[in-house]
Design a protein around this ligand. Structure first.
Ligand code: FAD
Length: 363
């Protein structure tokens, strides 16, 4: 008997989990979601992400392990599958100690510290000599990272899953247990993997009060600064951020950003957009021609996404709701891509435990 699995959600968490599960021919997978790759919606975080690999998990935490375990998978996809829309790019990180206590500074604290755990994970990690830093920067580092064109990568994941036999269907559920009855076999699913991101705050049977949005506003431009750049904070507000990254395969450059907790506003704030663009040019004047300001930026679009932040970290654990076995994999804040494979692997080991218990119960 095949394993009947429903993956609820088609963001990076659901698609990565479905992709890894679909490699086992014993697994019969239905991916159900309100939003699919190609959609842009405030309830769907994944398309808005940069997305790059800039680890932020505290040393020794699960988060650290998930990010560490994701790097080899992203590296392999980048090397083997250029059609996945990921490329290697230098990442330059600058730290100002004065940002330490701000919302952005706390988010970036592991990333910007001088001797981070990830120096042994990513290639070519090195400190930037003090003589090359501007006076307001306390320390800086450079390493090889990746930048993902989410508009190419998410459909690539869908393609890998469908090639392996997974079936995709649009559906909206008010209660998580109802998804068990929507498996494409017509039979009840053995297990649901819940990858509904921030919506798990409101989804019946889950209603996780620890979830909150961390609003990220971006400007996507045609200009290219070269390497990716990130700074620990800004002087414009403690929940504003400064980062930029050029996506693979013509995806444009993402200028960010913000990290506004509990802010649900889906509309871009034009004043914040101006500050994002000004800050970007101040730190990377090569974005525009000499002497130009923000008028030299060629804007593709403004955007807002809500990072599915969770107090206490992502929820990757087993559960049972109304007699239906669930494995949760949600709450990945601003690190859903860079922790995607690590989290999916943990979720899959929990799915295996559920399926083993099912087999034992039948004997
Ligand atoms: P989502 O992408 O939100 O997907 C949720 C899915 O569940 C959707 O398909 C939705 O339709 C479905 N769903 C929800 N409720 C229901 C329901 N009731 N019924 C049916 N379907 C439902 N991360 C990085 O690693 N690197 C980065 O550089 C990065 N940059 C970012 C920049 C910005 C501006 C933002 C906003 C985020 C960034 N992130 C980054 C974070 C990353 O985007 C998220 O962590 C990740 O996308 C979360 O993915 P998810 O699949 O868990 O959720």
């Amino acid at each position: 008997m095949p394993n009947k699995i429903v993956v609820l959600g088609a963001g990076v968490s659901g698609l990565t989990t479905a992709y890894l599960l679909s490699k086992d021919p014993e697994n019969q997978i239905t991916v159900l979601a309100k939003h699919m790759p190609g959609d842009y919606d405030i309830e769907y975080a994944s398309p808005w992400a940069g997305a790059n690999y800039m680890p932020v998990g505290k040393q020794g935490s699960n988060h650290h392990a998930w990010e560490r375990d994701t790097w080899p998978a992203l590296k392999e996809i980048t090397e083997k599958y250029p059609e996945a829309g990921i490329h290697f790019l230098d990442a330059i990180i600058y730290n100002r100690k004065k940002d330490q206590e701000t919302a952005t500074g706390k988010w970036f604290s592991e990333l910007v510290q001088p001797n981070p755990w990830y120096k042994d994970v990513v290639p070519d990690f090195r400190d930037i000599p003090e003589s090359q830093l501007s006076p307001e920067i306390d320390n800086g580092q450079i390493f090889t990272s990746v930048c993902i064109n989410t508009a190419v990568y998410l459909p690539w994941l869908v393609g890998q899953c469908t090639k392996n036999g997974a079936v995709f269907k649009r559906a909206i559920f008010r209660h998580i247990a109802d998804a068990a009855n929507a498996h494409h076999s017509g039979q009840k699913a053995d297990v649901i993997v819940n990858c509904t991101g921030l919506s798990s705050k409101f989804l019946g049977g889950v209603c996780d009060e620890n979830l909150l949005p961390a609003r990220g506003q971006i400007v996507v431009v045609r200009n290219d600064p070269g390497p990716m750049i990130g700074l620990s904070g800004t002087d414009d507000g403690e929940d504003e951020a400064l980062y930029m990254m050029t996506r693979a395969a013509g995806g444009g450059t993402i200028l960010g950003g913000s990290y506004q907790k509990n802010n649900w506003d889906a509309l871009p704030d034009p004043n914040l957009a101006n500050r994002i663009m000004k800050r970007a040019i101040a730190i990377a004047p090569q974005l525009v021609k000499e002497g130009e300001g923000i008028e030299g930026l060629d804007i593709i679009r403004h955007g807002v996404g809500l990072r599915p932040l969770r107090e206490g970290g992502p929820r990757v654990e087993k559960d049972e709701v109304a007699g239906v076995k669930i494995v949760h994999n949600y709450g990945h804040g601003g690190f859903g891509y860079q922790a995607s494979f690590g989290c999916a692997e943990t979720a899959i080991s929990l799915v295996k435990e559920v399926l083993q218990n099912k087999t034992r119960a039948k004997l």
